[in-house]
Ligand binder design. Structure first.
Ligand SMILES: [Zn+2]
Length: 143
């Protein structure tokens, strides 16, 4: 029998940076960290947003899953990208988008970029949303 506490995802926050939004020059923020389950690192994540127009353009979330550690390479990892948006009714929505061209893929952290259809409707989707739930709950730096 699977006990829920064995599947608790623990988020470890790491660095953060600020910059300027490509579209408007307002200050933008990027925070990153890792999601662990037991001894295993499930994913490393980055969240990037511009506080001045979070409602209009939302936040970009990049996840990289696969093998981590000194001997692991980008060939063993894949990227998933999500878009966080606040909807007109005030609730937030999280949408999987294509990861091609996102920074972890361009920066050679992950060789493979998953498209939206690679994730939605697959068992991977449940894992992705468990990880993002844990990030929202545990990373106090987010909007
Ligand atoms: Zn902007």
């Amino acid at each position: 029998m699977i006990r829920p506490e064995e599947h608790r995802i623990i988020v470890e926050t790491a660095g953060e940076s600020s910059g300027h939004c490509d579209c408007c020059g307002m200050e933008s923020r990027c925070v990153w960290g890792a999601a662990h389950e037991g001894d295993a690192t499930l994913a490393v994540y980055w969240v990037h947003w511009t506080p001045g127009h979070l409602d209009e353009s939302g936040a970009d979330i990049d996840l990289v899953l696969g093998r981590w550690g000194d001997e692991a390479t980008a060939d063993e990892r894949f990227a998933v990208a999500l878009l966080h948006r606040r909807q007109p009714d005030g609730n937030s929505a999280l949408m999987v988008v294509d990861a091609a061209g996102r920074p972890p893929v361009e920066g050679d952290i992950a060789r493979t970029a998953l498209a939206r259809e690679d994730v939605i409707g697959t068992p991977l989707a449940a894992l992705i949303f468990s990880i993002t739930d844990a990030i929202y709950e545990q990373d106090g730096r987010l909007f």
